[in-house]
Every structure is written in C-alpha cells, then in structure tokens.
Ligand binder design. Structure first.
Ligand SMILES: NC(=O)c1ccc[n+]([C@@H]2O[C@H](COP(=O)([O-])OP(=O)(O)OC[C@H]3O[C@@H](n4cnc5c(N)ncnc54)[C@H](OP(=O)(O)O)[C@@H]3O)[C@@H](O)[C@H]2O)c1
Length: 237
C-alpha cells in the first residue's frame, strides 16, 4: 500500500483517449490512480492499479472501489470519464442503443459515485468530476444525438445537485463539457466536418480536457461548475 499521504484518483474509461491522458495527468499531480475500463491493461507504474470491468455493471463499481481501498487505503477523487456517443436521428435509435448509452453514461456514473462517496467523506472530502458534452447546452441539427443529451444532460444536472448536497461536507462536484475532441472516438475522415461545428473552426485536443479537469482538481472554491471546453460551441454559432 502507498503512503496514506498520497491522494488517490479513480478514473473510468482510462484505456484510451481522454481517460488515458487523465491517468498521466493525475500521476504528474502526484496522485496514485485506479484506472478502469473493460480492456485496460496493467501499466508499468506501481502507483497505477488497473481494474477491468464494464462500468454499466454495478458490480464493477464495487470492485473498483474495493480495489482502490485495498491497494491505496483511500479515495480522494473520482473522474467519471467513461462514455459513449451514438448520434442518430431520434426514431432510428434502437432499444440496444438506449440500454448501452444509458448504462455507461448514467448507470456507470451513478453506481461508482455512490460507492465512492463514503470513502471521500471518510477523508473529510474530495472531488468528483464528470465529463459531459457541449451538445447538452447546444443541440445541433447537424448532429442529432438525443441519447447524448438525455444521458449527459442528466449527469450535468446531477453534477450541480451533488455539488449542493455535499458542499457542506467537503466534497466538490464539477463537470467538464467538451466540444469535439480528437480521440479514437472520431474517425479521421470525420474531422473536417467536426471541426466546422466549432466557432473556432477546429476540434479540441485531449490535453485541453485534461488541463480543465486538473484546474478543477486544484480549485478549492469551485464546485457545481460546468466548465465548457468547446471552442465556443456553447456560446453560439
Ligand atoms: N471525444 C469527444 O469528442 C468527446 C466530446 C464530448 C464528450 N466526450 C466524453 O469524454 C469522455 C471520453 O471520451 P473519449 O473521446 O476519450 O472516448 P473514447 O476514446 O471512445 O474512449 C472511451 C473509453 O471508455 C471506455 N468504455 C467504453 N465503454 C465502456 C464500458 N461499457 N465500461 C467501461 N469502460 C468503457 C473505453 O474503454 P474499453 O473499450 O476498454 O472499455 C475507453 O477507455 C466520454 O465520456 C465522452 O462521452 C468526448
């Protein structure tokens, strides 16, 4: 077990994209990390514990939290980063799409956060960061994606609700709301189309989101914030 003075962050969706970069970011900040996803492989770093599992399954949340406490003895931060994006005209969504997107984007956040909170409280507080999407505030006819708004919009509201519920007990709860970010989520051939959706005329980089999460991590007076990192998307077109 690491020394008790080292803070510990749980990061979901950590095998690639934003989540993998968040693992590096929190390590640079000095945190030990519990990194989880379905396929994540062990890292050559004694301060990173990887746990495989489907985040939609409540049992995964239980295993991740237990592993964090067993290995590192504490939990300070949860970054609910795992997420899926299925963009389709509304009537083309299948029941399977609904189950998949709500399972990962909503149930995943709910179960892990609920199991982690008692451990944050045991340390006198902590931080929860949710990753939503700017489309929640700024629906775009070129990208019909009701399931993103239904799920990430709920998470965005829950961010504020949790922030207020726990403000007096030392837990801060924030969200980062990205525009479109260059990750494996988006095939190269879609980049030109996606770039044009942003007032700044380009997609964001993974580092833009990591920097925003780490800002929130180190901002003790910031809670209930939805930090848009979206190239101006939420401001208008
Ligand atoms: N990229 C963007 O343009 C963009 C824009 C707005 C919001 N976001 C949000 O930012 C977050 C990260 O996005 P990203 O672009 O980095 O995504 P990504 O490259 O597609 O990576 C998604 C991550 O989630 C994990 N994951 C997927 N399904 C899972 C499941 N059932 N259980 C556990 N883990 C699962 C994947 O790992 P495994 O396959 O190993 O499970 C992977 O590590 C998501 O919440 C996404 O909605 C992204």
């Amino acid at each position: 077990m690491s020394t008790q003075s080292q803070k510990v962050a749980i990061i979901t969706g950590a095998s690639q994209g934003i989540g993998a970069a968040l693992v590096e970011g929190y390590r640079k900040l000095g945190y030990a990390v519990v990194a989880t996803s379905r396929t994540i492989a062990p890292l050559d770093d004694a301060d990173v514990l990887t746990v495989q599992g489907d985040i939609a399954d409540p049992a995964t949340a239980g295993r991740v939290v237990e592993a964090a406490v067993e290995r590192f003895g504490r939990i300070d931060t949860v970054v609910n980063n795992a997420g899926v994006f299925v963009a389709k005209p509304f009537t083309e969504y299948t029941a399977e799409d609904y189950a998949t997107v709500t399972g990962i984007n909503v149930a995943g956040v709910f179960h892990l956060t609920q199991r982690a909170v008692p451990h944050l409280l045991a340390r006198g507080g902590g931080h929860i960061v949710n990753i939503t999407t700017s489309l929640v505030d700024n629906a775009d006819s070129r990208v019909p994606s009701v399931l993103a708004s239904l799920t990430k919009g709920g998470v965005q509201s829950a961010t504020k609700s949790l922030a207020v519920e726990y403000a007096g007990r030392g837990i801060r709860v924030n969200a980062v709301s990205p525009g479109t970010i260059k990750t494996p989520m988006h095939a190269e051939e879609t980049h030109e189309f996606l770039s044009a959706l942003h007032p700044v005329g380009r997609m964001g980089q993974v580092s833009d989101i990591v920097d925003a999460v780490l800002f929130l991590e180190t901002a003790p007076f910031v809670t209930g914030e939805i930090l848009h990192v979206d190239g101006g998307m939420s401001a208008g077109h």
